[in-house]
Design a protein around this ligand. Structure first.
Ligand code: FES
Ligand code: MG
Length: 577
């Protein structure tokens, strides 16, 4: 623990509450208006609780109650809690995609903290983009910050079997389209797949990112995997509230916690978990906010030596509830052993190694020993080649092995609507060996880089029993999906990336072991097609979308807005951010 403690006059909120001027009179009288006596807050750290609760976010339903438990902890530790709602990026509802708004929430988080008298903050998130967004904002503001993950929902229940978020939706949708289940079965899936508050309980983006944030050291130990309805989750909320008050006195900020090594730890954990490809975009963006140069190559490098040891869907068998009972992130880290740098600091002031001490694996089929992994290495792979000069990604853990090396003729869709209109056309010239290509699904093209990357298998092939094919796009893919889907092709087609130049019948070669994705067309022919290519019209002409299109980066640099990047702040200020 830091011996040096702040004095009350050194708190940032002192400028609002403590000084003797007319403005501070206004702040105090207006706080009195809300029913607080001066003794409730005078000389205490003001803790902003950035809460992404909303009536339309089922993953955060319980945050209405949890925030009271966070407040309880803050009061107990001598702080003054102030709840500040922020936009709730609700994965199941927002169109075209929550990804369009990740940076907006990051900005909102940063500006709430900047403009109000916050000394520190509790970040309440969990549903996919909320986690990276809140952390990105908090990194840029760099006040003491602690993350309170929403926790996974309970296992889904259907006809005596467990259901996993997303994964089983795709699976049973394919079975319905193939005529193997009834409408009533499908209705039973609908009723049972999401039966408690909490985020998706497969190793989708939510579980991947909250686990990564725990490994980064931004949550209390063990916080990420507690199921949302478990009473231990409520206890964790109170402990989180208690802890942030001391973090303010100790002045323990994200910049004291986040290092290149802690990001390597987070990447390694994502790989060992068989986590979502989306984590690549988010972790790169978060690292860059912290001034750390994490890139695609580093993911591939770490993937080559990290085994997938968490047996969780979509790559494995179990669900987050099982992972929690098996020991959660702490036990999981002990199994990764020397792949993790345990000297890295965390929000409780201790290092990762202290925090995992005594952690045990209670079910070694859920959290496997390194000697018995699901996959010896390569939870994610970064591909390059003439189709993706700045990179593309694939999740080999979640694809049929025979497609790891595959060449086939392209069936090209120029955008999502084109695909929706033609994919199930019985006359579509497509076989199981074809390579399905979707253009215009990237950060600018879609726009917002939606999770369209698990392109549907044509119905006629589903009926023949085909369940996986090579599919390529500049989109992302839901972390709960599976299949031989090449994603995040960069540069995207909308800005003239080579994906825009692919035509029906071109042969495309995927070689996961060689980390290569190529279109087998000569450079001359590609140059010829490029010369004839016309840039499509921008997707927005007014509103937030215009700001988005003007400033959004490509997937290989994390899709942040250029004006939010740390390098820019450093350059503008001639030094430290
Ligand atoms: Fe919220 Fe999946 S829908 S985490
Ligand atoms: Mg998702």
């Amino acid at each position: 623990m830091t011996a040096q403690r702040k004095k009350p006059e050194e708190l940032r909120s002192h400028r609002w509450y403590g000084v003797k001027d007319m403005r501070s009179f206004g702040h105090r009288s207006r706080t009195a208006q809300m029913g607080f006596h001066r003794s409730d807050y005078a000389g205490k750290p003001v803790i902003a609780i950035i809460n992404t609760w909303s009536d339309i976010n089922p993953c955060h339903t319980h945050f209405k109650q949890r925030v009271e438990e966070v407040k309880r902890g803050i009061w107990q530790a001598g702080g003054f809690p102030v709840e500040m709602p922020a936009i709730s990026l609700s994965e199941p509802f927002q169109k075209p995609t929550t990804m369009l708004y990740r940076n907006l929430l990051a900005m909102e988080c940063e500006e709430l903290l900047r403009s109000y008298p916050a000394d520190g903050c509790v970040l309440m998130g969990g549903c996919d983009k909320t986690t990276p967004a809140l952390v990105m904002g908090a990194i840029s503001m760099n006040l003491p910050a602690i993350f309170m993950p929403a926790g996974p929902m309970l296992r889904g229940d259907y006809q005596g079997q467990y259901l996993g978020s997303g994964s089983d939706t795709w699976k049973y949708w394919a079975e319905l389209r193939a005529g193997n289940i009834t409408e009533q079965d499908w209705q039973d899936v609908e009723d049972g797949i999401a039966r408690s508050p909490g985020h998706c309980m497969t190793m989708g983006t939510a579980s991947t990112m909250t686990s990564a944030v725990e490994v980064l050291g931004l949550t209390l130990p063990g916080a990420a995997s507690i199921p949302a309805p478990d009473s231990r989750h409520a206890q964790m909320a109170t402990l989180t509230g208690k802890r942030i008050v001391d973090m303010v006195w100790e002045d323990l900020k994200p910049s004291d916690i986040l290092t290149a090594a802690s990001f390597d730890n987070a990447v390694t954990a994502v790989l060992g978990l068989g986590g979502s490809t989306n984590a690549i975009v988010h972790l790169i963006a978060m690292a860059r906010r912290a001034g750390i140069a994490l890139d695609l190559a580093r993911f591939d490098e770490l993937a080559r030596k990290t085994p997938v040891i968490a047996n969780i869907r979509p790559g494995g068998k179990y669900l987050m509830e099982d992972f929690f009972y098996a020991g959660g992130v702490r036990a999981f880290l002990t199994q990764l052993g020397d792949l993790v740098d345990f000297t890295q600091k965390t929000v409780n002031g201790r290092c990762l190694g202290d925090n995992v001490e005594g952690a045990k694996v209670w079910n070694d089929d859920v959290i496997r020993p390194r000697a018995n992994p699901l996959l010896a290495s390569g939870g994610l792979a970064v591909l390059t080649g003439n189709l993706a000069p700045a990179g593309a990604v694939i999740k080999p853990a979640a694809m049929e092995p025979h497609l790891r090396k595959h060449t086939g003729p392209a069936v090209v869709f120029k955008d999502y609507n084109d695909m929706a209109a033609r994919i199930d056309d019985p006359a579509l010239p497509v076989t199981k060996d074809s390579v399905i290509v979707l253009q215009s699904a990237g950060p600018q093209g879609a726009p917002g880089m939606p999770e369209w990357g698990q392109l549907p298998i044509p119905q006629k092939l589903l009926k023949e029993g085909v369940r996986d094919m090579v599919r390529i796009s500049d989109a992302r893919m839901s972390g709960t999906s599976y299949g031989a889907c090449v994603l995040h092709v960069t540069p995207e087609s909308h800005v003239g990336g080579p994906l825009a130049l692919v035509r029906d019948g071109d042969h495309i070669e995927l070689d996961v072991d060689a980390r290569s994705i190529r279109v087998l067309v000569s450079d001359e022919e590609l140059a010829h097609r490029r010369a004839a290519w016309e840039a499509p019209a921008p997707k927005f002409t007014r509103g937030y979308g215009v700001l988005y299109l003007k400033h959004i980066g490509q997937a290989d640099t994390g899709c942040d807005f250029d004006f939010l990047e740390t390098e820019r702040a450093q350059a503008a200020q001639g030094g430290e951010p």
